[in-house]
Every structure is written in structure tokens, then in C-alpha cells.
Write a new protein. Structure first.
Length: 258
């Protein structure tokens, strides 16, 4: 995770008094160190947009691919599409988050990793904004040498375009616990929604052939206590981290869930 108040080269983390510029870590060349650059802050925030003071940015696996040049993006870019920060400025008309909670300056928020037009066929009719032709992801699809510049998480400030899905965070929810929600969480949810499985459904997870073999990489006691998909672990009391568990074939599922 990326904090902008610690370990940032020679920059001391202080905001310039005139608030005309901000510091960001910029990817200018693939497979090269990020460079701290001073970029101009927007003179004004557009209606429905927001300016956020960054508190933390996550480092996603996609960021690694971007840094290596394995995905087609234009440089220079400010990486970071999993971000949490506090509202610094709110554009006219931006009064509530996506859930309807009122927003004000100083609120801690996170947001979806991309913004779409909200008006095309996929946005308005199909409700599939990820297929919007104008969809662009923060920290990926925006060059930082073009206004409004600060469109990635690895910067002191982050500009949010109108129609960005913003979520106000409760005070008792740690930033570290939610930092990946803007990408990893919604990706997982989207995948589940496409399967037809509903929330709180009891399911059996199974696969055929060698893909059905799974090793425990986490604490086994947590797996046992948190397993709620209908298969009992009673006969696996002696399993340990690294063990391969039994592959359940489709023919065995009725017996396994009886």
C-alpha cells in the first residue's frame, strides 16, 4: 500500500500553501522507478466532480503488469486504482454518495475504479457500465500530462470525474480493510453475479480433472470454521496447511451434501 506521508523520497508530505500544485509518483517509463513530479491542481472542480486528498492507495496485480509494460497504456500515468481519501472540494450538485449518505468536506471516501458515461446503451439500458465505450479507469486510462492531471491513487490529491461511484466510509471501518474494494471486491462480486448464485445461497464448489485439486494456503482452522457450503470437514480433522483435499466429482455431490 502507498502512503503519501511517509517514505516519499525527498518530499516531506507538506502541501504547498498556495494549493496550486500537488506531488504524485509518476510512471514515465516501463520497468523504471516512479518519479515524484509536481502537477497543477485544477483551478475549479466541475459540477458533480470532486477533489480528494489521498490517504492510501493499494498496489494491485494489474499495477505490476502496467509497470512492466504488459498492458497497452499511454504514459505518463499516475498508477493506483484502489484508493481512499478525504473530500477536499465538492463540485456543484455532488451532495450524496452512491448509497444516499450526505457528503461534506473532510468525509473519508472510496470510489469505483472507473467512470462511465451513464447515458449510452450499456450504461442506461443494459446496466453494464464496464462495457461503456467511454469507460476509463483511474490509474490506468488517463495521462497525467493532460488536465485534470491527478487521476491516479499514487498522488497527494485525486480528482474524481462526475458520475464516479463514491462511497462514504464509516469511522469504525479501517482504511486498510477497504482499500481493495474499488477493484478486487467488485471484480469478485461481478463474477458471482454472472453465475446466477444469489447472496446467502448454499453452494458446493467443485471442479473436474486436475483443476479440482486445491491446497490450503491459509490457516486450516479458519477454513473449517468459515466453511458454509454444505460439505462437512468433520472427517478432515487432521488436515494441515499444504495438504491436498479430496476431489468431489459431480456424481458424488448428492452423497457429499446429504
Amino acid at each position: 500500500m502507498f502512503h503519501f506521508n511517509i517514505e516519499c523520497s525527498k518530499w516531506d508530505g507538506k502541501v504547498q500553501s498556495d494549493m496550486s500544485a500537488a506531488i504524485a509518483a509518476v510512471l514515465e517509463q516501463f520497468e523504471a522507478p516512479l518519479r515524484l513530479r509536481e502537477l497543477p491542481l485544477p483551478a475549479r472542480v466541475a459540477p458533480g466532480a470532486a477533489l480528494v486528498r489521498t490517504e492510501m492507495a493499494g498496489i494491485c496485480g494489474t499495477d505490476v503488469h502496467l509497470w512492466k509494460g504488459q498492458l497497452p497504456i499511454a504514459l505518463p500515468v499516475i498508477l493506483g486504482h484502489e484508493t481512499v481519501g478525504r473530500l477536499e472540494q465538492l463540485g456543484d450538485g455532488l451532495e450524496h454518495d452512491w448509497t444516499g449518505q450526505p457528503l461534506k468536506r473532510g468525509d473519508r471516501v472510496t470510489w469505483n475504479s472507473a467512470a462511465s458515461c451513464g447515458q449510452c446503451y450499456y450504461c442506461a439500458e443494459k446496466r453494464q457500465p464496464t462495457r461503456c465505450p467511454q469507460r476509463r479507469a483511474y490509474g490506468i486510462g488517463y495521462r497525467c500530462d493532460q488536465a485534470p492531471h491527478l487521476l491516479g491513487g499514487c498522488g497527494e490529491f485525486h480528482y474524481l470525474h462526475p458520475r464516479t461511484t463514491i462511497f462514504k466510509l464509516p469511522d469504525d471501518l479501517p482504511t486498510e480493510s477497504v482499500i481493495g474494494a474499488g477493484c478486487a471486491l467488485i471484480t469478485a462480486i461481478h463474477g458471482i453475479e454472472r453465475t446466477g448464485v444469489a447472496w446467502r445461497d448454499n453452494v458446493v464448489v467443485h471442479e473436474g480433472k486436475i483443476a479440482g485439486l486445491r491446497r490450503f494456503k491459509d490457516d486450516v482452522s479458519e477454513v473449517k470454521s468459515g466453511f458454509e457450503c454444505g460439505i462437512s470437514f468433520d472427517k478432515y480433522n487432521d488436515i494441515k496447511v499444504g495438504d491436498v483435499i479430496e476431489v468431489v466429482s459431480q456424481e458424488q455431490i448428492p452423497a457429499a451434501t446429504a
